[in-house]
Design a protein around this ligand. Structure first.
Ligand SMILES: Nc1ncnc2c1ncn2[C@@H]1O[C@H](COP(=O)(O)O)[C@@H](OP(=O)(O)O)[C@H]1O
Ligand SMILES: [Mg+2]
Ligand SMILES: [Mg+2]
Ligand SMILES: [Mg+2]
Length: 333
């Protein structure tokens, strides 16, 4: 059996079920149930349900493994959290099989299994139950992102992208894919609807002027102004593809676009490990390279955040050095 085969299978099942709960929430609920967290980022019933589902699957298969998850159950507790708690309870159980159903208490406990501090020793999971909550709310791109980190290095990443067309050249065709990568074993995509996996890789380009950027919709998450200066520097004339979430990593890894830049908009924001862990291994396994804006590898060993890094650059390995040089030239000015 190949390395991490069980982890891979469990992660696929967990992400698939969590993706289904997100689709179900989107169909059944209007956006007015959205909460706003202290950092002003939105969170929805679907974020909580997806975290409960993934953590439950992980606990069953790997009871010893700690989890770094984005959400916690605080807003679902007590009298104030009752309405939200009941919604999460019924939506979560709507997806689970009869023998998997969870009580309200079990859901709260499952969500809070995501409270691990992370670090350099041993293995833990990193979970973003919905990455791109803003995309989810506007019917755009979002991703359920799960990664296994061992001794500070991401070894496995699984992403579910319910709204991403399976084939970018058929934008009105079937949607919903899983992207899966294990370090040293390649990068793969499969539709939600069947188990057959297809190997994916970066587009084969060696001149940056033929490249396309894939960037955040939110200028507050990555500077659009700096990106357009870097595009000029690289001779890029094609318009950027904008989408929310780590679906950006998936898009470049299968060659829909070529370069993903996350250019810091403030000196104080620190990237979170769950926003990049699964994308990180997918990029490497699809023939790409990834670093921060200083050319340093992303360091997943320092806790829940990427406190040693600033921003992200990901591209095809062939053009990576040129992209890094352009980023550094523009950011220095
Ligand atoms: N000022 C900021 N700079 C960079 N990322 C930010 C940010 N504020 C929030 N984010 C993160 O950006 C993620 C979405 O990124 P993107 O723009 O690529 O879709 C959010 O994930 P969530 O949606 O999981 O909260 C959130 O963690
Ligand atoms: Mg968030
Ligand atoms: Mg996120
Ligand atoms: Mg999230």
């Amino acid at each position: 059996m190949s390395l991490y085969a069980k982890e891979r299978a469990v992660a696929i099942q967990a992400v698939l079920q969590a993706s289904k709960v997100c689709q179900s929430v989107f169909q059944h609920l209007v956006a007015n149930e959205t909460l706003t967290k202290n950092d002003k980022s939105p969170v929805t019933v679907a974020d909580f349900s997806a975290q409960a589902i993934v953590n439950t699957y992980l606990e069953k298969a790997f009871p010893q493994d700690p989890i770094v998850g984005e959400e916690d159950s605080k807003d679902l507790r007590g009298a104030e959290g009752k309405i939200l708690r009941e919604k999460v309870h019924s939506l979560t159980n709507g997806i689970l099989q009869d023998n998997e159903k969870l009580s309200e208490d079990q859901i709260l406990q499952a969500i809070d299994r995501g409270n691990y501090a992370g670090g350099a020793q041993g293995r833990h999971w990193a979970l973003d139950p919905i990455d791109g909550t803003k995309g989810f709310l506007r019917g755009g791109q979002y991703a359920v992102c799960l990664a296994l980190i061992v001794d500070g290095v991401v070894q496995l990443g699984v992403m579910g992208t319910p709204n991403l067309p399976i084939n970018a050249s058929q934008p009105d065709g079937e949607r919903g894919s899983l992207f899966v990568a294990v370090r040293g074993q390649g990068a793969f995509q499969r539709p939600f609807s069947q188990e057959q996996e297809t190997k994916i890789q970066f587009a084969d380009i060696n001149d940056t002027k033929n490249a396309t950027f894939c960037e955040s919709v939110e200028a507050g998450h990555s500077s659009h102004d700096d990106a357009s200066l870097i595009a000029k520097e690289l001779g890029i004339t094609r318009p950027s593809i904008r989408m929310d979430s780590q679906a950006k990593y998936c898009s470049i890894a299968r060659g829909d676009a070529d370069i993903y830049l996350r250019l810091p908009t403030s000196k104080t924001y620190v990237e979170k490990i769950w926003d990049h862990a699964s994308g990180n291994v997918l990029i490497t396994e699809a023939g790409g390279k990834v670093s921060d804006v200083n050319g340093q590898s992303l360091d997943f060993s320092v806790g829940r955040t990427l406190s040693k890094n600033s921003g992200v650059i990901a591209s095809n390995a062939t053009i990576f050095d040129s992209v890094l040089a352009a980023v550094q030239k523009v950011l220095k000015n």
